[in-house]
Design a protein around this ligand. Structure first.
Ligand code: BGC
Length: 385
C-alpha cells in the first residue's frame, strides 16, 4: 500500500469527538436528566473540553491531524424553545477559529444523540413539527458560523439513536420494544434531515451538507442462505434509510465499528467493548455506502483499548482497508479516528477508553498514548509525495 500514492493530497486525517461526551457542564439535556434519574451514568465535567479545547487542539496538531470532527451542543445554542444564545454561538465560533489557526479543517455535526430538555419534554422527535424545529436550529447555526465552516452533518447515526432509545430502552427516551415509535421517529429523522438539507442548500448552495450513518458491514461466506441474510441485513440496517436521504446529501459519513460475516466461524479478538477486532471490515462498509456514489468521510472508526494493546494495529488495518477501497475507486475523502480523547462512553460511562489521548478524569491531565504516535507517523508517510 505504501509503494504507490493512494491517498490524495487533500485527504483529511484526524479524530472525532462529540459535545456531551467531552465538553462537560451540559445539564439541560435528556441525557443529563436520565443521569439524574439514575438511568444512565452521570457525565459531569467529562473532559472539560469546553474550557480546554485549545490545549486539546494543540495535541491534535502535534499528532499531524489536519481535520477534526466535533458536534455543536443544541441545548447550549437553543436552551429554550425558539431562544438562541449568542454567547454560545460565539463560543463555538472561537472553537472554529482555534481549529483554523492550527490548520485543522472542521467537520461539524449539528446533532449527536442528546436533545435539549424543552424538546425531549415536549415529545422530542415524536413532535409533529420536529423536522421544522430541527431545521430552524440547523439553519441558525450555519448562518451564525458563516464562512468559519463549510461542511456540516445534520444527524449522527439516526438508527442507533432510535434503536437504543425506542427498542433497547437503554438511552433516552428509554422506550423498550416500542416498534411503532421506532418507525415513526425514524421517519421523522429522515424528514428532519431532508428538511434541513433543503433549507440550508436553498440559502447556502456552497455549503456541503451530509449525514452520518453507522454502517455494520454484513457479508457472507458465499453460501446462498448466508448471501441472502447479508443482503437482508444490509437492506434493513443501511439501505432502507439511505435510499430515502441519499438524494439530499452532498456526502455521507461512515461510522464503522462492526462487520458480521454470516457463516464465518473464526473467533476474533475483542475490544474492551466486547466487539470483534475487525478493522479491515471498513473496506466492506465503504463498498456498501459507495452504492450511493457520494463522497464518503469516515466520521468515526476506532476501538476501546484502555491499555493501548491493539489500537496501533487497529488504526493501521483501518487505514489499509481505506487504501484498498480508494484503489477500487471509492471516493473516500477523510478519516476521523474515534476518538481524540477518552470520554463519556454513553451508557458505559467513563470506563471504556477510545482515546488517542488518555484522560485522567480526576485531574484532567492528558497523556498521549503510543498508538497516537503510530497514527501520526502513518499520516506523515502517506502524505509523502
Ligand atoms: C457514536 C459515539 C460513540 C461510539 C462508540 C458511535 O456509535 O457516535 O458517540 O461513543 O460509537 O460507541
Amino acid at each position: 500500500m505504501h509503494e504507490k500514492k493512494i491517498f490524495p493530497d487533500t485527504f483529511l486525517w484526524g479524530a472525532a469527538t462529540s459535545s456531551y461526551q467531552v465538553e462537560g457542564g451540559i445539564e439541560n439535556t435528556d441525557w443529563a436528566q436520565g443521569a439524574r434519574e439514575g438511568k444512565v451514568p452521570l457525565c459531569g465535567t467529562a473532559c472539560d473540553h469546553y474550557n480546554r479545547y485549545e490545549q486539546d487542539f494543540d495535541i491534535a496538531k502535534s499528532l499531524g491531524h489536519n481535520a477534526h470532527r466535533f458536534s455543536i451542543e443544541w441545548s447550549r445554542i437553543e436552551p429554550e424553545e425558539g431562544k438562541f444564545d449568542e454567547q454560545e454561538i460565539e463560543h463555538y465560533r472561537e472553537v472554529l477559529r482555534a481549529l483554523h489557526a492550527r490548520g485543522i479543517y472542521p467537520l461539524v455535526t449539528l446533532w449527536h444523540f442528546w436533545l435539549p430538555l424543552w424538546f425531549s419534554r415536549s415529545g422530542g422527535w415524536e413532535r409533529k413539527d420536529a423536522p421544522e424545529v430541527f431545521a430552524r436550529y440547523c439553519t441558525y447555526v450555519v448562518e451564525q458560523f458563516g464562512d468559519l465552516c463549510d461542511n456540516y452533518a445534520t444527524i449522527n447515526e439516526p438508527m442507533v439513536f432510535t434503536g437504543f432509545g425506542y427498542i433497547r430502552g437503554k438511552w433516552p427516551p428509554f422506550y423498550k420494544n416500542s416498534f411503532l415509535k421506532y418507525f415513526k421517529v425514524t421517519l421523522q429523522l429522515i424528514r428532519g434531515h431532508i428538511f434541513s438539507y433543503k433549507n440550508l442548500k436553498a440559502k447556502h448552495p456552497e455549503m456541503k451538507i451530509g449525514i452520518v450513518k453507522h454502517t455494520v458491514a454484513f457479508s457472507s461466506n458465499g453460501n446462498p442462505f448466508n448471501v441472502f441474510f447479508a443482503w437482508l441485513f444490509n437492506l434493513g440496517w443501511t439501505h432502507l434509510f439511505m435510499r430515502r436521504v441519499c438524494e439530499y446529501a452532498d456526502w455521507i459519513g461512515l461510522n464503522y465499528y462492526n462487520r458480521k460475516i454470516f457463516g464465518d466461524t473464526r473467533v476474533l479478538g475483542k475490544t474492551d467493548m466486547g466487539w470483534n477486532i475487525d478493522p479491515k471490515g471498513i473496506y466492506d462498509a465503504l463498498h456498501i455506502l459507495w452504492k450511493y456514489k457520494k463522497p464518503i468521510y469516515i466520521a468515526e472508526a476506532g476501538c476501546a483499548d484502555a491499555h493501548d494493546r491493539f489500537r496501533a494495529d487497529y488504526i493501521r488495518d483501518t487505514v489499509e482497508g481505506i487504501g484498498e477501497a480508494l484503489q477500487d475507486g471509492v471516493d473516500v475523502r477523510g478519516y476521523c479516528y474515534w476518538s481524540l480523547l477518552d470520554n463519556y462512553e454513553l451508557a458505559e460511562g467513563f470506563e471504556k477508553r477510545f482515546g488517542l489521548v488518555e484522560v485522567n478524569f480526576d485531574t484532567q491531565e492528558r497523556t498521549i498514548r503510543p498508538s497516537a504516535f503510530v497514527y501520526r507517523d502513518l499520516i506523515k508517510s502517506l502524505q509523502q509525495p
